[in-house]
Ligand binder design. Structure first.
Ligand SMILES: *[C@@H]1O[C@H](CO)[C@@H](O)[C@H](O)[C@H]1NC(C)=O
Ligand SMILES: *[C@@H]1O[C@H](CO)[C@@H](O)[C@H](O)[C@H]1NC(C)=O
Length: 142
């Protein structure tokens, strides 16, 4: 199958599986969004819909019109079904101040490496406070 045919088939399957998510979602990957990505359990595949819902469940929620993490936490969890996402600031004293766009870009970049298998990675930037720095994030299976 031609790669573009496969991509269209995958996009069609995704759109069918995710009727409530925005079909125009950004799909471009910038590998520099993340650093230190390690696939921690390559034999495991987590349900992609669960991952997609978990992505929007961090910081209480960033679903719908909410455009960034609310409340400036130092750590947060997003979980749905079999997918668990844990985020922690790398530098003690900073807080998570990540926009939905940046967070989704970090998840796309990490999933471009590990697919839907568990991983550890760091989202470059996305923090506030004098210590600044990255956000360490981890996908595990519930
Ligand atoms: C889409 O994602 C890419 C890579 O992360 C980013 O550079 C670009 O600004 C994004 N585009 C929009 C419209 O958000
Ligand atoms: C948090 O991020 C926003 C951009 O998303 C920025 O305008 C704001 O200054 C940041 N807050 C702090 C305390 O750095």
């Amino acid at each position: 199958m031609h790669p573009s045919t496969l991509l269209i088939a995958l996009l069609a399957a995704t759109a069918t599986a995710l009727p409530t998510l925005d079909a125009r979602a950004n799909t471009s990957v910038n590998p520099d969004s993340v650093t230190f990505t390690t696939c921690t359990d390559p034999g495991v595949s987590i349900d992609s819909h669960d991952i997609n819902v978990a992505i929007l469940s961090i910081c209480g929620t960033i679903a719908g019109t909410i455009q960034k993490c609310q409340g400036s936490p130092a750590s947060t969890t997003g979980a749905s079904g079999t997918a668990v996402l844990k985020l922690n600031v790398v530098n003690q004293g900073s807080t998570i101040n990540v926009s939905k766009g940046r967070w989704e870009a970090c998840m796309r970049a990490a999933r471009a490496v590990c697919g839907n298998s568990p991983f550890k990675s760091e989202c470059v930037g996305g923090t506030a406070g004098t210590s600044g720095g990255n956000i360490a994030f981890e996908l595990t299976a519930a």
